[in-house]
Design a protein around this ligand. Structure first.
Ligand code: ZN
Length: 267
């Protein structure tokens, strides 16, 4: 059984097909799909979607790309939403949160500062509720880790990881798993493929980031959660390991880092 640890199933690209796509993923052996929120405005949407699809669950958080429009009151709203969601078995993590220093507008000094503020406040929420964090670390791997270490939430996932082996080890030491997706299916992605092949399997989870980061056989089309099965098989191929074993191991890793998922495991 595969677990898609990062899928924006509520994205507008999917129109009214979200539940159909979740069902198709299930047919491909994707037993769990984790849907992170990106903004206060979609908390209710991801919650509802996670309840409608038999194999889905969700996180709550404000994504760095949505930080420019976010206000401090959103953090109070989020803390309240998280407190309520603690009673909801489909709620599994804080996310998507993080820093994005790739997009030029977000990398400007004032916006960097605002991103850091929202990241730190959300890390505090994660720590206070003892929840793992789903982190966006684009061009910000060291910086996100620094704040994680200072504020100490209960581990998490560095999603779409694309750093060095040293950075990977630093995340692993902080109780994190590293998320690998469609990028590893491109032969030109040498560093990601080396990481995916050589890091300990115990540190790896798989993800689609659908509708983005389509694998090579879908690119430039719209990615969907069913593709995590093919991505996982490609990962197994790079490692020279049995896909069934890699599916079980990466799902086990997802359960380790998001313990609330255990309640949702298909019998
Ligand atoms: Zn994402």
């Amino acid at each position: 059984m595969w677990t898609d640890t990062h899928c924006h199933l509520d994205a507008h690209e999917f129109g009214d097909q979200a539940l159909t796509l979740a069902a198709r993923a299930q047919e491909r052996g994707v037993g769990i799909v984790v849907i992170p929120a990106v903004d206060r405005a979609n908390f209710a949407v991801v919650r509802e979607l996670a309840h409608q699809a038999p194999n889905a669950c969700y996180g709550l958080g404000i994504h760095p790309i949505y930080v420019p429009h976010a206000v401090e009151d959103d953090l109070d709203f989020m803390r309240e939403a998280v407190a309520q969601a603690m009673h909801d078995p489909r709620f599994v993590a804080i996310g998507e949160i993080g820093l994005d220093f790739f997009i030029p507008m977000l990398a400007e000094p004032e916006m960097r500062e605002k991103q850091v503020f929202f990241l730190r406040e959300q890390l505090k929420i994660a720590r206070d509720f003892d929840l793992p964090v789903l982190c966006h670390v684009r061009k910000s791997q060291d910086q996100v880790l620094k704040h994680v270490r200072q504020l100490g939430p209960a581990g998490g996932i560095a999603h779409a990881f694309n750093g060095s082996f040293q950075q990977a080890q630093a995340y692993i030491d902080a109780g994190f798993k590293l998320g690998f997706g469609g990028n590893l299916t491109f032969t030109r992605a040498l560093q990601i493929r080396r990481l995916a092949a050589e890091l300990p399997l115990s540190s790896i989870v798989v993800e689609t980031d659908a509708p983005d980061i389509a694998p090579s056989w879908v690119h430039p089309g719209v990615n969907t959660p069913a593709e995590v099965a093919g991505i996982g098989e490609a990962l197994a191929g790079l490692r020279g390991e049995d896909p069934v074993a890699v599916a079980a191991a990466t799902t086990g890793n997802a359960l380790d880092v998001m313990p609330r998922l255990r309640a949702l495991m298909p019998a």
